[in-house]
Each structure stands twice: as structure tokens, then as C-alpha cells.
Design a binder for this molecule. Sequence first.
Ligand code: ATP
Length: 331
Amino acid sequence: MADNSKSPIIEVSGLHRSFGKLEAVKDVSFTVGEGEIFGFLGPNGAGKTTTINILCTLLLPTSGNAKVNGYDVIMQTDDVRRSIGLVFQEPTLDDYLNAEQNLRFHAYAYGVPPAERETRIRELMEMVELWDRRKDQINTFSGGMKRRLEIARGLIHQPKVLFLDEPTIGLDPQTRRNIWDHIKRLQEQTGLTIFMTTHYMEEAENCDRIAIIDYGKIVALGTPEKLKDSVGGDLVTIKTADNNAAIAEIRQQFGIEAGLKDDNVVFSVQHGEQFLPEFVRQFTGSLLSVGIRRPTLDDVFLKHTGREIRAEAADPLAMIKRQRRIQGGMH
Ligand SMILES: Nc1ncnc2c1ncn2[C@@H]1O[C@H](COP(=O)(O)OP(=O)(O)OP(=O)(O)O)[C@@H](O)[C@H]1O
């Protein structure tokens, strides 16, 4: 967890970035405390990669400013780069080198002192459980192993902040959980600050705090628990013979505004487990089914944007567009 007594390790204020007429990032401001896992959550095209690229000095903002580890991302790029590790969405390992050589190459590039180089390579490879595979060529590695090695590589120069752009994209659920175990352990053992982007709601739950971003703007920011609490209690879903009559009765009897979703009546209440038995006793209409659940981050996204993130995350057109941009390189 973040140590609030220290000044933030990432400070972003009024950040804008346009590509021609398109405003990819609009007036984004936030801070990240040292040791935090901070997540940027949003659908494809929301502006997550653009923000991360600005913070990593790979892209200039159109306006606004940002500091990482106290250094300005426009004026002090070398200092920022020395302070950060970066794991991109797409693998950037050298397929023809073995695992250990990939790390060693990076250590040379970052000027890691020779006396420390081999110890660090071993420690990091042990941490991501790849020491036994150190002599194997990368093209024999699974997607999850490559991602773990990239995380180790991003840490070889002992950065203060590790940036992970969609660290588990394209991996199966079990491998995703495994990557998360490593990220959590890393935070616990080293106190490293981690800034990550994701469009997976269930992954964002692992972050200490998240910013939900949509169309370039932060629409909500807080701990996953606080954000879910802000939805307004537990979500009750009922099916009745006459939904409109049910909505009217719920308003009159309980003072609750219910709505219709997929032919169900839905409403939120505090302490749903206490409310529900009382509701079933008093309700005069005919109930066909009753369900209750705690809000999820999907509900938070829905509340703030009026849309669901899942459908968009899986939008094939958005995926194709993103792929084209990656292939086209960065500007
Ligand atoms: N180099 C570029 N040139 C033109 N438009 C761009 C460029 N990079 C990003 N964009 C546009 O800016 C918007 C934000 O893109 P960005 O990659 O930051 O989103 P994202 O949230 O990271 O989504 P994804 O995970 O799909 O990359 C999108 O509409 C995208 O098409």
C-alpha cells in the first residue's frame, strides 16, 4: 500500500494529447503514491496507452505536465527513463537469444555495474521462476513465460516505477492469475510502484487504486471497494408477471426507484441480505425469481459511462484498429 507521508512518485496535471482532430487524452490529472499498484482501466481506445507513453517519455503531451520520480517527462527525459521499467503490450524480447542473454543485454544497455550484473540477473530470474530455463531460447517459451521474463528485464536497472501496458493481454485466465501473483509478490517484497493499464475488470480489482478512463477522460478514481460502494449498495434483480406494476409498487412501498434491464426489474439497496426477506414478505405482486449480488467494477463503469465495458473490450473492429496502430509504429 502507498505511504501517504511521502510525496507522490507520479504526478500528472491537466494532461492533453491530440492526434490531429482526435483528443486521445483530455485533461487527465492524478497522483500515484510510492509503493502503490495503480491501474488505468478502460475499453480499447480510451487513452490508456497514450497516457503511459507520455509518462514513459515515448510521446510528448499536447499540453499539461507530468512528473515521474520527481522528474519532468518533457524536460528531464533521461532521468525519467533511468527511474522506470517498461513492459509493452507486444513482446519485445529477442527470440534468438536465450532468457539469460536477453536480461544481460538489457543490463549492458542500462549500464548496470558488472559486479552486480550476474547477481541481479539470478535474483530476478528466480523471482519470476525462470532460473531453471535460463539457457533456453525465447522462441521455446510460452506467452506467460515471456511476459514474466519481460517483467524481470524491466527491473534489471532497479527502477522506482514499473509501467505495465496490458500485462496479461492475450494470455489464458490461469496464466493471467500467475502473472498477477508475481506482480503482487513483487510489490510486497520490493515496495516497487506499479502503474498498469488493463481492460479486464476482474484484474483491476487487484490494484490498490484505479482510475477509470473513457474517451480520454478519467470518469472515476479510487480504491476498487470505494468505487463499488459508490454504486449505492447491493443490486437486486427480480422477475415478475407485471414489471411495470412492480416498479410502481417498489416506489410506493419502499421509496426505491427501480429500472428495467433485459426484462428484469433491477434496483440497488444497502444491506441487501437484510432487505430481501422483508421485501419478499411485503411485495404483493407475483415474483417469478429473485437475485442479489454485490456491485462489480462493471457496474461502476456502467454508472459513469452508461455503457458496459465488456462488449467493447471484445469488439473485433477495435482490436483490428489497435493491431494496425501497433504495426504502424509510434509517432
Ligand atoms: N499514433 C496515433 N495516431 C493516431 N491516433 C492514435 C495514435 N495513437 C493512439 N491514437 C488514438 O487515440 C485514442 C486512444 O488510443 P490508446 O491507444 O491510448 O487507447 P487505449 O486505451 O490504450 O486502447 P488500446 O488498449 O486499444 O490501445 C484512440 O482513438 C486511438 O485510435
